[in-house]
Write a protein that binds this ligand. Structure first.
Ligand code: SF4
Ligand code: SF4
Ligand code: SF4
Length: 336
């Protein structure tokens, strides 16, 4: 990834020097091992901070939406003649570009508001898996060396194969290379094992409705309503989320079981045809709730019922924004 990093920094500097972007959203080396946090580069010399490796976890499309919508709001207070345009550069792998496509389909901003630095992706490390592998020993340092992760703990050094600690969404990712980009950095990454994409959903579908409901209930009982999942998700961008709306109040704000289930069911359904399986919501969940099981089920349903995959082309209408007379509707029924 060293070459990718070098080229990424060069391209970032060029974009800033030529004033083609106002800032670049990327990743930098963090203060904690195994985590490369987001960074916001506005100065040429700071482009040297940019990194690209298997510790780059978060889907950065979230920030593009936040920055551009805040800018748009701020411009409303100005006279038309004083208004300015803001252009954001973003370091984007496959799933991030899919989120950008969703934003474009949903008319959140224009294509020329964003400059996409596409990067090839071979997946990111799941911290929880690594913690389990080192049996909870404090990890003091971590680095990627080829197909392995080297970790230093109080107990010594260990070399862990990268594929053993990849986040669950990565090994079966269908779109690990950018779907849209303005500059492609480096070669395309080899394809992942996409044939297994729905293996866990297939198993889940074999369970009885009671077993599935029990699984849902058990998982959601872990939820503490911190909303980290919602806050990390690029597809969750409503100005006022239904959980915080008070007129009318749709759902109680405490940890009552039924309120938590309503929150989760509504958020999950808001993701139908809009989830790109980036895993950001799962990575930030402090309680280890298995959100992916349900998100992938909805994703598979979108494919089977509507032949739709989320975030593939900005020119395509979104699944929920389209109606065809022959759309299936046999799954709509009156509960007995
Ligand atoms: S889901 Fe795909 S594109 Fe996203 S981080 Fe994993 S391998 Fe990369
Ligand atoms: S619901 Fe989770 S996995 Fe899906 S797009 Fe949002 S953050 Fe990514
Ligand atoms: S991040 Fe986890 S605990 Fe927090 S609201 Fe989401 S599912 Fe619940």
């Amino acid at each position: 990834m060293e070459n990718v990093e070098t080229k990424l920094r060069e391209e970032a500097k060029k974009l800033l020097a030529e004033k083609k972007v106002d800032l670049i959203v990327g990743y930098e080396k963090g203060t904690l091992p195994l985590l490369a946090p987001p960074c916001f580069i506005t100065e040429l010399e700071d482009a040297e901070k940019l990194v690209w490796n298997a510790f780059c976890m978060q889907n950065l499309a979230k920030f593009v939406h936040d920055i551009l919508s805040q800018h748009r709001e701020s411009q409303k207070r100005l006279k038309p003649a004083d208004r300015t345009k803001k252009t954001v550069g973003i370091v984007a792998r496959g799933c991030t570009t899919r989120s950008l496509v969703i934003h474009l389909q949903e008319k959140q901003y224009n294509r020329d508001d964003v400059v996409i630095l596409g990067v090839p992706c071979t997946g990111y490390v799941d911290r929880k898996k690594m913690d389990a592998l080192v049996a909870g020993e404090e990890i003091r340092e971590a680095s990627v060396a080829g197909d392995s992760v080297l970790v230093k703990t109080v107990g010594g050094e260990r070399k862990v194969p990268l594929k053993e600690v990849l986040a669950d969404n990565c090994p079966t990712c269908r779109f690990n290379n950018p779907l849209i980009s303005d500059v492609m950095i480096g070669e395309q990454a080899p394809a992942m094992d996409a044939a297994q994409e729905y293996a866990k959903v297939d198993e889940f579908e074999k369970l009885s409705p009671d077993e599935r409901w029990n699984y849902f209930t058990r998982e959601m009982d872990k939820c503490v309503r911190c909303y980290a999942c919602r806050n990390a998700c690029p597809s969750c961008y409503c100005k006022v989320c239904f959980v915080e709306q008070s007129q009318p109040r749709w759902v109680g704000i405490g940890e009552d079981r039924s309120d938590t289930q309503v929150f989760q069911i509504m958020r999950l359904y808001h993701m139908a045809g809009r989830c790109v399986d980036c895993g950001s919501c799962i990575a930030v969940c402090p309680m280890g709730v298995d959100l992916r099981r349900f998100l992938k089920k909805l994703d598979k349903d979108a494919l089977e019922l509507f032949k739709y995959r989320a975030g593939i082309s900005p020119d395509e209408l979104s699944m929920l924004g389209t109606f065809r007379e022959n759309d299936r509707e046999d799954f709509i029924f009156e509960p007995k």
